[in-house]
Each structure stands twice: as structure tokens, then as C-alpha cells.
Design a protein. Sequence first.
Length: 312
Amino acid sequence: MNDLAHPSDTATTGRPAPRRRRWILRIALYPVLLYTIYCGVLYFAQDSLMFPRDMAPAPLKFPTDKATLEWERLRDDGSRGVAWFIPAPNASPDNPRPVVIFFHGNAEIIDHQVRQIEGCRRLGCSLLLPEYPGYGRADGAPSQASIMEDAEYFYNELLRRRDVDAARIYLHGRSVGGGPAAQLAARHRPAALILESTFTSLASFADGYWAPRFLVRHPFHTDDVVSTLTSPILIMHGRRDSIVPFRHAQALRDLATQSTHVGFVDYDCDHNDFPGRDNEEDYWRSIETFLSENANLAPGPAGAARKSASPS
């Protein structure tokens, strides 16, 4: 009598039955499908994660300190970008002053950068505040390409000013602003680059979401710039930063092997409270010392006043 093999009997056929194979394929494909959907959601949601402009405050009714602000909203080709230029005290064609180009964080706008305005005036520096497209009064949508297009335009406009010392242009970026500051530094070697609470790259944050880095449309590879930049670099970071972990600052410091000088300042604080309670004076003193010693920052009116008032 012949033995009859049942279709589901894998011991006699040597392979699973068709129904069982279908279930195995489903079990294997479902996680892949779910992961693909997950990555797709992240891909289309990344702009709102990187640039949460809805969280930024509303523009002020009038620019801060109208007497010292020069408003720029212009383009040769008809499109529009927004930036504020605040001249240093006593800046003139006969007395061109150094200038700081400051790129703010991703939930801020230029209207509320009073701290930077006051700090730069204290240093005797002029200040350029480029706005990100889609933020505040600026039209458009934020992206690495659009931010850098505007940054390049306003940088070139800055060079046209006779009251600006083109040899002393300092780039300063806070948080996400470190990305465009570094990218602009790669295009135009600055007198100094200041990175405050900044990442190695935005692409690296994909790791925390278990997503491939190539999906990040605005990678802002600060690490690539820092590793080749010869300008002095000042890195400032909070040791308890829960948004951009402290290890990013340490990695940037270790990568800056080509820089003529690397400064590293850390405070016992988180991200949004940087530089922390009672550290404001030390924060500006650190910037002033670094720029004076490494980037040819001559004392401004405020600095000269402090020196003359100090005991001999």
C-alpha cells in the first residue's frame, strides 16, 4: 500500500504548503510595509519638525529701537527676503566696524533678538539679522536651499556697505542657526565662526527616529564644514542640553583640526535656558575675549568704557 503525502506535510514534500508560505511572506512583509509608511510620514513631516515656525512669536508692531535699525526687504529679481542691519555705535565709512551675522533658532524670529542687538553693540560690532523664509515678515518656505539663498544675498549686500569692515565678519549661529552659519562659512571664510548649542548635522537626528539619514532633505552638515574650516571657531553648549545633546559640541570640537584656534565654552544648563542663570556676563565676556584674541576685534565703545573705568 502506497503512503499518500498530505499537502501540508512539509516532512514529505520538503517545503511548506502554499498557504503556509503566504502567511510567512505576510509576517515578513508587514514590518517592512509599516516601517516604509513610518519613514514616509517622517519624510513629509520633517519640515514642521525642523522649522516649527508656528511656535515662533509674532512680529513686533515696530522694529526694536527704530533709530538704530535699518530695514532691508529687497531683491534684484523681484522676490523678497528680510533682514535687519543694526550699525555699531559710531560706524561710518571713515570708521568701518566689524559685523556679526546672527542666525537664530528654529522657533524664533529676528524681531525678538534684543539680547543679540545689545550684546553686539557692547562689543562695538554691527549686526545683521537675516530672517528665515516663511518666518516673521519673510515670504516663502524654510529649507536649507532657501535659507542659504537669502543668506548669500544679504552677505553680498553687506559687502557693499562702506561702514562695514569686510575683513572682520563674524558668523554666529544658535541651535538650528548653526547650520546656515557653518554653510556660509564654507562659502566665505569668516574672521570667526561661533556655534552655540549646535548640532553636528540635522541628518544625524534621523538616527533617533530609526530612519535612514538620506531621507533628510535639509541635512546642514556642520561637521563637514568644521572639519575643513581654517577660521577660528568658538563652540558654546549646555552640558544638560536635552535637544541637541552635549556630545554634538564635543564632536565638533574634535573635528575642528584645521582651525587656527578652537574655543570651547560649556555651561551647566539645558538648551532653551542657555547660557543658564547668572552666566550672561560670562557668556559675552567669553565671546569678546575669543574674538579679541583670535579674530582682530578691537574694543568697541562699550569695551573702551569698561577698560577706562577699571582700576589701574
